[in-house]
Design a binder for this molecule. Structure first.
Ligand SMILES: [Zn+2]
Length: 106
């Protein structure tokens, strides 16, 4: 921690201070304060968004296969089981994405 001179009144102020205690002149811009850490939070949120997006796509594919298999040969059809499996796994992926985003943004 160092002391700097206030550009407004010349009073010696800690460089950690947000504003001069003598005259109230702001020493750190709002940008400097807000732009310190949210970038990493945004990046992790993006990562979970990708997980959710990929899961959603696979869920649609799985459900599509499931319905196609169901109409073609019911539960005996191989597509039905495979579609159900893909939909189930991607559903877990969606939950993981939701939980992960919640966990990192807590
Ligand atoms: Zn000042």
């Amino acid at each position: 921690m160092a002391l700097i001179k206030c550009p407004e009144c010349g009073h010696e102020v800690s460089d950690e201070a947000l504003s001069c205690p003598n005259c109230g002149h702001p020493l750190k811009s709002i940008n400097q304060i807000t732009q310190q850490s949210p970038v990493t939070i945004e990046q992790t949120a993006k990562k979970w968004k990708v997980v959710k997006l990929v899961s959603a796509i696979f869920m649609i594919i799985g459900l599509f296969l499931f319905l196609r298999g169901l109409s073609a040969g019911g539960f005996e059809n191989a597509k039905t089981g495979l579609g159900f499996f893909i939909a189930f796994v991607s559903f877990i992926g969606l939950l993981v994405g939701k939980f992960g985003a919640w966990w990192t943004n807590r």
